[in-house]
Design a protein around this ligand. Structure first.
Ligand code: G6P
Length: 608
């Protein structure tokens, strides 16, 4: 949540900051602001609303001259999204400016203490406490003041700080919120995430917890919270800079949906070697795989939905019991992790606060954690004992598509690997699964090519009030994700139900014309779900079915059918999700919604 960018160097800072913030708007977009040192003072401009408002306010940065500055795009936690609560925040003399991503948990006692010492506050934010607290401890040495503050605040923070008395320096600080710094021949940068500075440099340094960086135009110094200088090694980012651009697509979401064949290939192919599945990063011997008694999968949002699919697939193929938990529940429910329990956390961003906390909780209980993560070098990637990367590249749209698809692939690979090692799969079944996996990218491409038909269908539902998704087994798992895609971007109320459960209450919501999307890809459950479709149709529902090619019998219970190519029963989610993503996308487009940045959401949720 919240995005930070800072620049110090040969060029005007404001345009660089605005450009960087535009790549981070997915992190929060209810307000934005910048602080730039103009040679005499630190100027601040900030405003509620999208980054566009700040761009207009500053004429693209032209009204804020100066070569050193920090900027921020906000997702409100403390205090409504208003001009005054936007970042940066000043001290009273306007000689210190702070941008912050995270939450200061003990800001109230700190605020009381500062008020008792004569400090006055203008905003409702926790961040303003930092500006005044730094001021309180500042006696001419910025590093000393910052580290004193770090010893006193609790919570999470990534900070960018300017001092008017040190106009040749920016300070960057991090604890539990992401922050990177980078350098090129023209200057130094800070950012919450790589895409913000990828255009300028590929050499970045990942700041660790409780570290401070002093950036000058031509060099950077790194310090511990005890002011000891440390050295750090840069990491070269291999991503294509264009990956963070829309590249001619109307929205990032559409572009990212179209990248799914590649994402699936990239996640799959490095792990299929000589007709075998080789997951080196798993770090487990065959004996250790055989010794697994139970698996916990822990994640949030769509990553949780991928985990639900993972449960069905791992239990079905490898016959290992799997529990799936929403991370915010797992961390506080005192989970029973016995000997032989494997913990898998799944996260696109690698920064989700609850997922990170679940990882730490598991480690504290003495268990190794495997992270399935997309963002290289993210907190979860660094802290997990082993990391299996999903090679989806940068994902910008808040509603995930390609990273989710890559997560499914990672889970299939684990299930098949475990199934083989544990003797649950014979050679023929194993090779067939590998062949089916390899066919998925081309099959996804075929489904994407069908987008116009789905767009026409979606246009009929832009006025819908409620939509229900039903399915059994893995079809239920994909219904959850299909339902989330629709509601989060189109604001149409939608629920996913296990098809057999609908009649225990929810069916009373079905009215004439209510859309029910039934996913029916599990042959063994076909007749069962068909009966549930008939039940809702009898009550007036309009039934959309997503089913396997050849299942034409469905047409007697469905009003509209989308056929998906045949694959192994455990992999159908990778195909069924494509029309559901397209449906959600086109309904939202038809309604004129801001598809890439839905209201109230953020892509990287670094608060509990
Ligand atoms: C946010 C995003 C979702 C995402 C969830 C978990 O809510 O909007 O798309 O699934 O966070 O994020 P993660 O980065 O941990 O996968």
């Amino acid at each position: 949540m919240c995005g930070i960018v800072g620049y110090i160097g040969k060029h005007a800072a404001a345009p660089v900051i605005l450009d960087g913030l535009s790549k981070l708007e997915y992190r929060g977009y209810d307000s934005a602001g910048m602080a730039v040192f103009d040679g005499k003072h630190i100027q601040i401009r900030k405003s509620a609303g999208r980054l566009k408002v700040l761009e207009e306010l500053t004429h693209g940065g032209a009204t804020m001259p100066g070569n050193i500055g920090v900027g921020h795009t906000r997702w409100a936690t403390h205090g409504a999204p208003s001009d005054i609560n936007s970042h940066p925040h000043y001290n009273a003399e306007e000689t210190i400016a702070v941008v912050h991503n995270g939450i200061i948990e003990n800001y109230l006692p700190l605020k009381e203490k500062l008020v008792s010492k004569g400090y006055t506050f203008v905003s409702d934010t926790d961040t303003e406490v930092l500006a005044h607290l730094i001021d309180y401890y500042y006696k001419g040495n910025p590093l000393e003041a910052i580290t004193k503050v770090m010893h006193r605040v609790q919570g999470s923070y990534a900070l960018g700080i300017l001092f008017a008395e040190h106009p040749d320096q920016i300070f960057a600080v991090r604890k539990d919120s992401p922050l990177i710094v980078g350098q090129n021949e023209d200057g130094c940068f800070i950012a919450s995430d790589v895409p913000a500075i990828l255009k300028y440099t590929r050499k970045v340094y990942f700041i660790q917890n409780q570290e401070v960086v002093r950036l000058r135009a031509d060099h950077m110094h790194f310090y511990t919270v005890d002011e000891e200088e440390i050295t750090k090694e840069p990491v070269t980012i291999e991503w294509d800079a264009n990956a963070a651009e829309k590249g001619g697509y109307a929205h990032f979401m559409l572009k990212e949906m179209y990248e799914q064949p590649k994402t699936v290939t990239d996640t799959l192919s490095p792990r299929i070697k000589d007709k075998d599945i080789v997951i080196e990063e798993l770090g487990m011997t065959e004996e250790e795989i055989k010794a697994i008694h139970k698996i916990f999968i822990v994640a949030c949002g769509s990553a949780y939905h991928a985990g639900v699919t993972g449960k069905y697939v791992i239990e079905g193929i490898a016959r290992i019991p799997v529990e799936v938990d929403v991370a915010s529940e797992f961390r506080y429910r005192n989970p029973i992790l016995e000997e032989g329990t494997m913990v898998i956390v799944i996260s696109q961003s690698g920064e989700t606060a609850d997922t990170l906390a679940a990882l730490r909780e598991s480690q504290q209980l003495g268990h190794k954690v495997l992270g399935i993560v997309n963002v290289v070098g993210s907190s979860i990637a660094r802290e997990a004992d082993n990391v299996m990367y999903t090679w989806a590249g940068p994902e910008i749209a808040v509603a995930t598509t390609k990273a989710y698809s890559a997560q499914l692939i990672a889970l299939y690979l684990l299930a098949i690997k475990f199934g083989k090692v544990r003797g649950k799969l014979d050679e023929v079944a194993f090779y067939r699964m590998l062949e089916d996996l390899k066919r998925l990218p081309a099959q996804i491409e075929m489904l994407l090519a069908n987008k116009q038909r789905i767009q026409r269908f979606a246009n009929r539902y832009i006025g819908a009030k409620d939509v229900f998704f039903i399915g059994r087994g893995t079809d239920f798992a994909i219904s959850m994700e299909g339902s989330l895609k629709l509601k989060e971007i189109s604001y149409i109320h939608s629920e996913a139900y296990a098809a057999g459960e609908l009649k225990h209450g929810t069916i009373s919501l079905i009215e004439k014309g209510t859309l029910v999307a039934a996913v029916v890809t599990q042959d063994a459950l076909f007749q069962k779900t068909l009966s549930n479709m008939v039940e809702v149709k009898a009550r007036g529902a309009f039934v959309l079915a997503v089913t396997n090619e050849g299942n034409t019998e469905i047409e007697k219970a469905a009003d509209y059918v989308i056929y998906i190519p045949r694959t192994n029963q455990y992999f159908t989610n990778s195909l069924a999700i494509i029309p559901l993503q397209l449906f959600g996308y086109y309904v939202a487009v038809g309604k004129g919604c801001d598809v890439d940045k839905p209201r109230n959401l953020a892509k990287s949720v670094t608060v509990e």
